[in-house]
Ligand binder design. Structure first.
Ligand code: MRU
Length: 419
């Protein structure tokens, strides 16, 4: 039985309310935060821009959805409060309001520049705003509300389809090579419910594989283990993916990013010694998400993804799979060289944030309010130079398959993807 997956975004329109799961507190606490505007400004206490830039919400599809719902919240706020006067123009002057809204959307999109989903969706919202000829802001609100809602529902549907297409591809590959027995998969970052509307992309495939128990009864193989990379420097793997896998009861082992090649080699080899402490089945697939896919299949994903693709390319028995909805494809760029990679603050690398623990390993809670006490510790000398790209770009030649909700793309005999 699949457990209900975790919800990173809660939106209602009666009354309008947008809340996000504060992912900075996961795995220690479940706390939702209210988003009351699109970007910081007068009358706003917590905006989507701050939530996205500050990594309270992250993952390309989740960023897109929070951003789009925040446009709805923003419009509602203006309609409700007649804030236009405060902002220096008349509510009747729709064209001035529209240009103000468009410039707020530009700011919102700049919050995380690599993930393209938000920017793709905002381009559609921009078109709705530009072509809006009415005089009642409520009509514009309803149009954008409808758009955001359908985006959310279609992301959820896409994830389920990605899960089932990815599972089918994996079964076919294993059948082709007459593989039998247990196998493992490896993943990086967090691509699950927390990074999307629910279920997940790469983690969605892993969920589909694990929960396909009935099919596995008739198949000679079974996915029995997941290796999750901790994903330095921000630890989305150890904080978020480990939390989701534990929540779903999927057997997994957390490893550091630097252990990936030794683990694959140890499991592929015959030395019993090397496999000590590991589930004795080979890693057959590395499954990752994407933040932007160029037309030729080059793609940006969490830093550390490129090296996984290089490792897989050295092992003919390990296939490298990218899982993403079509909203992650950027048809305006030909190749990975055109992808802007976000550089994050040095502190995110030099400092580690976590829950304070007692000598016996239990997490310390504030006796007054019962909340976990988060501490930040520095793990590098101060005043040094640090390079902290949030993503890397993997060339398509290292990719075996790109799984979307529409289909599984594989390369032609010339090594070309037709996305
Ligand atoms: O910096 P993050 O946590 O937003 O990075 C997320 C990733 O790299 C994910 O793999 C990607 O967004 C796909 S999420 C379904």
């Amino acid at each position: 039985m699949e457990k209900e997956t975790l919800k990173s975004i809660k939106f209602t329109d009666h009354p309008v309310s947008l809340e996000i799961l504060n992912q900075l507190l996961i795995p220690h606490e479940t706390q939702y935060m209210k988003i009351d505007s699109m970007v910081p400004g007068p009358g706003s206490s917590f905006s989507a821009f701050e939530a996205i830039k500050g990594m309270y919400t992250r993952g390309a599809p989740a960023i897109m959805l929070v951003g789009c719902f925040s446009v709805v919240v923003e419009l509602y706020r203006v309609i409700l409060n007649h804030e236009s006067e405060v902002m220096g123009y008349d509510i009747d002057d729709i064209s001035l309001f529209k240009s103000h809204l468009l410039s707020q959307i530009d700011t919102l999109v700049s919050s995380r520049p690599t993930a393209v989903n938000l920017s793709n969706a905002c381009n559609e919202i921009r078109e709705v705003i530009k072509s809006f000829k009415g005089s009642n802001l409520k009509d514009l609100y309803n149009e954008i509300l409808g758009f955001a809602r359908s985006l959310y529902e279609s992301d959820l549907r896409s994830n389920m389809q990605i899960g089932s297409h990815g599972k089918r591809y994996i079964y076919d590959e294993l059948l082709k090579e007459n593989f039998s027995g247990d196998f493992a998969v490896m993943t990086i970052c967090n691509t699950g419910s927390l990074a999307t509307s629910g279920y997940g992309t790469a983690l969605g495939i892993i969920r589909a594989l694990y929960h396909g128990e009935n099919e596995q009864l008739h198949l000679p193989f079974k996915m029995s283990h997941v290796y999750s990379l901790e994903t330095r420097p921000y630890n989305q793997g150890s904080r978020l993916t480990a939390y989701e896998l534990k929540h779903d009861g999927i057997p997994f082992t957390l490893i550091s990013d630097s252990m990936a090649s030794f683990l694959i080699e140890s499991l592929a080899g015959s030395s019993k010694d090397r496999k000590a402490g590991l589930d004795d089945c080979p890693v057959k697939f590395i499954i990752v998400g994407a933040d932007r896919i160029a037309k030729n299949g080059d793609f940006a994903n969490k830093i550390g993804t490129f090296q996984l693709a290089l490792i897989a390319s050295l092992y003919p028995s390990v296939k490298f799979i990218v899982a993403a909805p079509t909203t992650t494809i950027d048809r305006n760029i030909c190749c990975g060289a055109d992808i802007k990679v976000e550089l994050r603050k040095m502190e995110e690398f030099a400092e580690v944030k976590g829950a304070e623990v007692r000598m016996n390993g239990t997490v310390v809670k504030d006796p007054e309010d019962g909340h976990v006490i988060l501490k930040t510790v520095r793990v590098a000398p101060s005043g040094i130079d640090i390079w902290n790209p949030s993503f890397d770009v993997t060339p398509h030649r290292l990719v075996d398959a790109i799984v979307t909700e529409d289909c599984v793309y594989t390369k032609s005999s010339e090594g070309v993807f037709s996305l």
